[in-house]
Each structure stands twice: as structure tokens, then as C-alpha cells.
Design a protein around this ligand. Structure first.
Ligand SMILES: NC(=O)c1ccc[n+]([C@@H]2O[C@H](COP(=O)([O-])OP(=O)(O)OC[C@H]3O[C@@H](n4cnc5c(N)ncnc54)[C@H](OP(=O)(O)O)[C@@H]3O)[C@@H](O)[C@H]2O)c1
Length: 288
């Protein structure tokens, strides 16, 4: 097995690299935008053809959800065109793709966890590009696996956990929305899930949901972050309308993980258990 990991400096890409190195036994090549911009169609083609990979794990994406509302074409180029280019090549060369998608493909109006077959209706440009990336992949490389996830965090890059930990050191009170419900995903757990898929005896194409277990509002999540980081700052619940953002957030984006558990026969950690691990790593300075 020879794996190409894209987006390898990002949150998930970094954790996947750690997981692959810890596991051993895989040959892997790691790239990011500084080594190969996935929008460079010809450059990607030459690199992919020469690489003789068996698998591509696409952790690269345009992920700045609010900026995407203005920067529409850059977001579409990375999340649709680059994915389609990878898909065409992978299908021709018989490489298998694991691609990462998002809970933002849904409108958030549901009242029960989203299954893989629930109706999509993205409310943001980012969500729409990620959905078009999914359909391009399914159309051009039908043997691909797409993992939908949400609320990703890690010791690396920018994310909610690091923001709250930093702000809690100096603020007396933090206002955090409590009317958006989802499930945090520790990128290290998602990286372990990707290894589980790579090592599984059967390759099961299609969409599969993965987040941590449990349910939380951003307010619940912030309360837990403050508690486990040992800060004393107060967290105050507010409504989304009191914290307007350029891109609308789904009110409900909990993902149903029955398919992942049934297909791979593994348990998924609860979000708070994983949060504690991540907070400890950040406190130890592993975020550098
Ligand atoms: N973060 C979340 O909460 C979340 C939630 C649901 C799903 N996801 C999905 O999960 C995946 C991983 O997310 P993440 O949080 O690890 O993302 P991330 O930290 O933003 O990492 C993405 C990486 O891809 C790189 N990249 C962007 N455009 C590229 C291009 N044109 N060519 C090559 N590399 C490019 C980025 O470089 P720059 O930093 O220089 O742009 C970055 O290093 C993505 O598919 C994302 O859509 C994320």
C-alpha cells in the first residue's frame, strides 16, 4: 500500500501523518499547498501519474467557511475542481480515494441525527462546494470513500478548542451560542478511523459518517473546554442571532454513525473523553 496524503499540514493531515508513522508498515507521501497546489491541474496529473500510489487520502480543502462567502472561486477550485481532477486520475490509474466531506452539506433543520442517505441542502457556499466535490467524486471515481465529519479540532491549526483555551486565560466571561447542536470530532480519532478503513478487509465505497459520539451545543463544548483546561472563566449561553457570521451555521448537524460502527466493528470515543486528551496535548505544547 502506497498512500498519498494531501493537506498534510492541516489539522487532519497532521494527525493522519502521526497515526501512519505510529502504525508503521505503510509507505506514505505527504503534500500540501506549499509543495503542490491541487488547483494546478497539469502539475497534479504529472505528480499523481509518477507516484504510483494505491490510495489517496484527500485531507486538503478550502476550509475558511466565512471567507468562502466572498472568495467564492478559490473555494470552488479547491473543493470541486481539484477533487474532480484527482477523481479522474484515480479512476484511470486504479488508485482508491478517501475524501473528507462535511455536515455542512445539510441545512440543519433535522430533529434526528443525519444518516448518509438523508437529503442534502447546503446553506453556505463552502457547504455547496463540498457537496459538489462529493458528487464529482461519486460520478468520476465511484470506488471512492467519502467520510462526512463535523466540528473538527486538534492541537494544530486554528479551531474552536484552541480559541476558547486562549480566550479563557484572559476573559472573565465568554459568550457562546447554545442553539447550534452537533458533535465535536477530535482529528486524531478521525485519523484512526481512516487507518481502520485502510486496513479493513473489505473496501466499501460510498459515503460514511464519522464524528465522536454524543451531542453538544457550542456552549456545552466551550464549558467542557474551560473546565478541562483548568480555567475559571464563565461561559454565557447566547443565541446565534446575537453572534452573526457571514456563513449561516446549521442549527443541528449531529451525524448518525451506525454505518461506520457496523461496517468496521469499532467503537467511537465520546467527544468529552477525546476533548480531555486534546486539551492535555495542547497544555503540553504539542500544538507547535
Ligand atoms: N475543520 C472543520 O471543522 C471541518 C468540519 C467538517 C469537515 N471538514 C473537512 O475535513 C477536511 C480536513 O479539514 P481540516 O480542518 O484538517 O482542514 P485544514 O486544517 O484547513 O487543512 C486543509 C489543508 O489543505 C490545504 N489546502 C487548501 N487548499 C489547497 C490546495 N488548493 N492545494 C493543496 N492544499 C490545499 C490547506 O492549506 P492552507 O492552510 O494554506 O489553505 C491546509 O493545509 C477538509 O476536507 C474539510 O472540508 C473540516
Amino acid at each position: 500500500m502506497k498512500i498519498l496524503v494531501t493537506g498534510s499540514h492541516g489539522q487532519l493531515g497532521t494527525e493522519l501523518r502521526h497515526a501512519i508513522e505510529r502504525e508503521g508498515g505503510f509507505e506514505a507521501v505527504y503534500i500540501d499547498i506549499d509543495t503542490l497546489d491541487l488547483r494546478d491541474r497539469a502539475g497534479v496529473e504529472a505528480f499523481i501519474r509518477a507516484g504510483e500510489f494505491s490510495h489517496i487520502v484527500n485531507c486538503a480543502a478550502y476550509t475558511a467557511v466565512d471567507r468562502a462567502e466572498e472568495d467564492k472561486s478559490a473555494c470552488a477550485e479547491a473543493n470541486i475542481d481539484a477533487v474532480a481532477n484527482l477523481a479522474r486520475l484515480a479512476d484511470e490509474l486504479n488508485y482508491k480515494i478517501i475524501h473528507i466531506s462535511t455536515d455542512y452539506v445539510f441545512d440543519g433543520h433535522a430533529y434526528k441525527p443525519y444518516t448518509e442517505s438523508d437529503k442534502v441542502n447546503p446553506m453556505t457556499h463552502y457547504g455547496a462546494t463540498k457537496r459538489k466535490g462529493e458528487t464529482a467524486l461519486i460520478g468520476l471515481a465511484p470506488s471512492s470513500i467519502i467520510i462526512r465529519t463535523g466540528w473538527l479540532y486538534s492541537p494544530f491549526g486554528h479551531n474552536f478548542v484552541k480559541t476558547i483555551m486562549a480566550k479563557a486565560q484572559s476573559a472573565d466571561t465568554l459568550n457562546v451560542v447554545n442553539d447550534q447542536i452537533g458533535t465535536p470530532t477530535y482529528a486524531a480519532d478521525l485519523a484512526a478511523a481512516i487507518l481502520t478503513i485502510l486496513k479493513a478487509p473489505q473496501w466499501v465505497p460510498g459515503i460514511v459518517n464519522y464524528s465522536n459520539e454524543g451531542v453538544a451545543s457550542w456552549y456545552d463544548f466551550a464549558v467542557a473546554i474551560v473546565k478541562h483546561s483548568g480555567a475559571t472563566c464563565r461561559v454565557q449561553p447566547i443565541l446565534s442571532k446575537e453572534y452573526p457570521t457571514p456563513a449561516i451555521r446549521p442549527h443541528f448537524s449531529v451525524l448518525n454513525k451506525c454505518k461506520f460502527r457496523a461496517t468496521y466493528g469499532v467503537d467511537i470515543p465520546h467527544w468529552e473523553e477525546s476533548l480531555i486528551k486534546c486539551v492535555e496535548r495542547i497544555k503540553k505544547g504539542e500544538d507547535q
